[in-house]
Design a protein around this ligand. Structure first.
Ligand code: TRP
Length: 326
């Protein structure tokens, strides 16, 4: 049996190139390596823990699924599904809640950060990491590709697995995090801030039209020097563009710097825009087709729901018996 990989994609707004170069690209590579049994899902329950508009949320969930498929997650190679359609995620969360100390959850970094940002401390927000543990343990995953910011959640998942095994007998594997390359793609109009949808002008969305991509790159801040170089400390703006070029071209940073020696910013930016437009084109074409074909997308997801449910039900049965349910 191949080792299992599980990862969740939380639908919260449009995807940008930082999301692509980090999490999604790696998810596709792991799938294509053919070495793992991959379960990828849209973490819609997780997305409800922050205030939202229901109509917009449905759109976001749907678009996230379309983006994942367009990006190359392939239902023939991976199980791709919607978290809330596999009810065992919530069921296992309940059982795991009963062995997780409240104090642990109150001490989680992400939870404290959200509170300090002024979010309401609803019980779902507090319980977020336990739902995540259930997502992972249901499939007895060995590896979990996640960003660095999720490290603590995987640690907690391991603790929960251990506690369960100690108390009720060996059931779960302790999963390991596979950290996605922590790429710091910075905002195009402020290289000291991370690229994010909260600064739209400096954010390059995967769905941006070629014209918009070209304009945003053209407007990207540089500096008063003229050479193309990589030195994130001293020259964050141009270094960010070099990093983006390197990631999209799969050339090393030093190779990019070498290739653009003596070339002026304007020409470099033109080339960078061409490269991004060309690389995103197949994705954008697949996306445009899928987004209109809701029937096909929903059917694909329903098949994923079914395969995931089979595995999840089996684990849940085992768990119910071990904890003494009849
Ligand atoms: N919390 C993760 C994030 O914000 C998303 C997620 C939910 C997840 N459940 C998961 C990731 C299970 C890996 C495994 O990115």
């Amino acid at each position: 049996m191949k080792p299992v990989i599980v990862s969740g994609l939380k639908p919260s707004g449009e995807l940008h190139i930082g999301n692509y170069l980090g999490m999604l690209k790696q998810a596709v590579e792991l799938q294509d390596s053919n070495k793992y049994r991959c379960f990828y899902f849209i973490a819609d329950y997780h997305a409800l823990t922050q205030r939202y508009n229901p109509k917009e949320k449905s759109e976001e969930i749907y678009r996230m699924a379309v983006d994942a498929l367009a990006m190359g997650l392939d239902p023939k190679k991976s199980v791709i599904f919607i978290q809330s359609h596999v009810t065992e995620h919530a069921n296992l969360t309940w059982i795991l809640n009963t062995i997780t100390p409240v104090g642990k959850l109150q001490g989680m970094i992400e939870y404290k950060e959200k509170l300090s940002e002024g979010q309401a401390p609803n019980t779902g927000l507090l319980d977020y990491p336990v739902l995540m543990a259930a997502d992972i343990l249901l499939y007895k995953a060995e590896f979990v590709p996640v960003g660095e910011d999720q490290r603590q959640h995987i640690e907690l998942t391991r603790e929960i697995a251990r506690t369960f095994n100690d108390r009720f007998g060996g059931t779960f594997k302790e999963p390991k995090a596979v950290h996605t390359k922590s790429l710091r793609i910075m905002s195009l109009d402020n290289p000291l801030k991370k690229m994010s949808k909260s600064i739209p002008a400096g954010c390059l969305y995967l769905a941006d039209s070629p014209k918009t991509i070209r304009e945003k790159i053209k407007r990207a801040v540089t500096d008063s020097l003229t050479t193309i170089d990589y030195d994130p400390e001293k020259r964050p703006a141009i270094s960010n563009l070099v990093l983006i070029y390197s990631e999209f071209s799969a050339l090393s940073i030093s190779k990019v710097v070498k290739n653009f020696k003596g070339i002026e910013y304007g020409k470099f930016k033109d080339d960078l825009a061409d490269l991004i437009i060309k690389t995103l084109k197949p994705f954008q074409e697949r996306r445009a087709k899928l987004i209109k074909n809701k029937q096909l997308v929903m059917k694909t997801l329903a098949e994923g729901d079914k395969s995931a449910t089979l595995v999840a039900q089996k684990t849940m049965k085992e768990v119910a018996k071990k904890v003494g349910l009849i």
